[in-house]
Design a protein. Sequence first.
Length: 437
Amino acid sequence: MTPLRVVAACVAAVGVLAAAIVLLTRDDGAPRARERLVAAPAQVRPSVLVDANGAVLEQFSGDCGASRLPYLCERVRAELLASNAGLLKGTGLTIRTAIDPRTQEAAQRGIDSHVGRDDEHVAAQAMIVPGTGEIRALATSHGNAPGLMQGSTAMVYTLAAALENGLRYADGLPHSREYRAPKYSSFKNCRGENIGDPTHSVVNDTNAPGDFTTLETGTRATDNAFFLKLTERVGLCQSVEMARRLGLSRADGMPLQEYETFALGINEVDPIALAGTYATLAAHGKRCAPRVVTEVRGEGGFARTFPARCEQALEAPVADAVTGVLTGALARSPLKGLGRDAAGMTGNVDNDTSASYAGYTPDLASAVTLGHPDDVRKHRLADVSLGGKRYPTVSGTTVPGPIWKDSMRAALDGTAETPFTAPDTARFGGCRDACAN
């Protein structure tokens, strides 16, 4: 080939290359869309919470700030964190809960009928199955459930300790409206330290009838002075240990406070812990750790189950004896009962800083708390508006009790009625060595 032909061929080749570049390039120098290599973004499926039937409740990211069900979300988060923190970072998980849609609706409606969504105080409720610990409902008027003093619902722990130690229904003490510890050694905590306070007096909010207060009448009247004297008799540590055995824990994760006023409910708890202890009584002393997460499934066949964790915490006859007292307490209260076997206890707190109610049937236990989420002393339950209604003061049977009753009735409507086991009157009836003169 002659040099001229070589040059011409090279020019032609360059021209073809230039033409190819022109075809593949827009005027602005960017590749044409049809010629680009497009990488589709990976699809990340969000984790979801589902109820006991498998219906989706909401998406779950571990951040409960925007949750439609904040109390449930926070509980799920806590349970996953305690089990495996890595689950909180997972995606595409299906987190099955024990939430029953009918029971959840009953709990929410019960709250909404008495406390407004815009009220500054928060009403919260937990409903738990005795004998399994499954949490069927978690509802609030708004936000998460704050830890609040449980008040007189704590008297049942001292009552259970007294019955376990051999006292009977008609055993009791002379009635008095006021109590003051005789000496510092009258009360000892579980470390054996003297923590009685002879400088402090406790006065009853209400008066028990008669000159002699028994285990039954003192419980029905939520008699403060009587329960301090009873705590002195059976032992403070015995009362605290009984509460722990039944499943009580503080909302802040700290150890239970051990003071002479323990039976008056000085510890701040949330409805789950409170309902859990009453569920133990309903299950004849069988304590099952409350749990809302029952199973977690993910991609690639990942599956993890969360079975019931139960143990016999209290002798069944003692638990049934406590139930016998609480059955009478509910029946003689303003709530009157549920129209089926049920037991309950009001939670009154000094200075009206909070209020609660806890109770159960053989098949379902529930606890309702009410108080301010930030400052209970500054925002007391006195001269307060709730659900558009004004209250001079709020006790356990004023608002929490009706919420409990409405919710339990709706949740149990149409279900089979299971009776309580009758107390052993040969063991717990009458009095033994603390009888009225």
